[in-house]
Ligand binder design. Structure first.
Ligand code: ZN
Length: 320
């Protein structure tokens, strides 16, 4: 699984965060759905696949994390929210904390989660679901956006972004034009697999959207990290994120899958050069290799609904 609860802080960490932790505690994590112990895997520098957590002894009854793979398969074809709500758990906010809370070695404090896992007190042994949780990087939020294309009305709170659903908080860059984006959003566009440029303590990633002349991308959007003051660990985190995504993309291409590398970021557009975005924090950039699904626009769905209402009214008129 891609995320787990840190037993010390009570916060939910994404497996990629293991890249940046000095000494990973193999016993320090539990399933965010049921509290079963989980083991951090594949986080060492020599590992080529992304880090993940493994529930080697299985999950407790009623754990929804266990069923997530199947849920996502269904969710990529249709809406899975019902009148009862969304059937899975998801990050509903981004909370950037600078460090672990002081004294975090004591009892777990749970500043970042609502409805922490509790073993069922009714004797059923069923785990109560941790339905909403706080993401510590944009990565789990971006994954949720990709995985649940028909449920993008799910609530989301991101500091500095004046939008309250997944649908509105995310904004793709324009594929064939350089635009001004006055409102901060969680931007995304396909990454160009040209090697990132590193000069003078700046790291720059080129995207595959921008201005085209004679079918050539002449002014691509770019994402720049001015990382003079970044630690080696933070730089390494971004390096590995991009490099791992590149390997995933190549594997997908080999399989013949229709996947792209999508770079997601929260950044500010340069005042003088609108092709350029500045990202100040390693937690605000990630690359997800996936097929992006865009469901029919809500306006169209609404039209269909109106058409259905019209049809039923006409039916009533004719028959009433
Ligand atoms: Zn579980």
């Amino acid at each position: 699984m891609e995320s787990a609860r840190d037993k010390c802080t009570g916060g939910i960490v994404d497996a990629e965060q293991l890249w940046i932790i000095d000494t990973v505690d193999p016993l320090g994590y539990e399933c965010r759905g049921c509290g079963a112990p989980v083991t951090p895997c594949s986080y060492r520098p020599e590992n080529k696949v992304r880090p993940y957590f493994s529930a080697k002894d299985g999950h407790n009854a009623g754990c929804d994390v266990e069923g997530e793979v199947e849920l996502v398969k269904r969710a990529r074809k249709q809406r899975i929210s019902t009148r009862e709500g969304f059937p899975g758990s998801f990050p509903n906010r981004l909370v950037l904390r600078d460090t672990r809370p002081a004294g975090s070695s004591g009892t777990p404090t749970d500043a970042t989660s609502t409805g922490r896992y509790r073993a069922g007190s009714n004797g059923s042994g069923e785990a109560q679901r941790d339905r909403h949780w706080a993401a510590q990087t944009i990565r789990p939020i971006c994954r949720t956006f990709v995985n649940y294309p028909y449920d993008r009305d799910l609530p989301l709170a991101v500091p500095g972004i004046a939008a309250h659903t997944y649908q509105r908080a995310f904004r793709p860059l324009k594929s064939d034009q350089i635009l001004q984006y006055p409102e901060p959003r969680l931007f995304y566009a396909p990454i160009s697999w040209k090697a990132p440029i590193e000069v003078d303590d700046q790291f720059e990633i080129q995207l595959s959207y921008g201005e085209w002349t004679e079918r050539k991308l002449t002014r691509p959007y770019r994402v720049r990290m001015d990382w003079k003051d970044w630690s080696a660990a933070k730089r390494n985190y971004v390096f590995r994120e991009i490099e791992t995504a590149r390997l995933e993309y190549m594997a997908a291409k080999k399989r013949g899958d229709n996947e792209k590398g999508w770079l997601f970021f929260i950044g500010r557009q340069d005042e003088d050069d609108p092709t350029l975005f500045h990202v100040d924090d390693h937690r605000l950039v990630c690359c997800v290799v996936a097929e992006m699904i865009y469901p029919p626009r809500p306006a169209k769905r609404q039209e269909e609904r109106h058409a259905a209402v019209r049809a039923s009214t006409e039916f009533a008129d004719r028959n009433g």
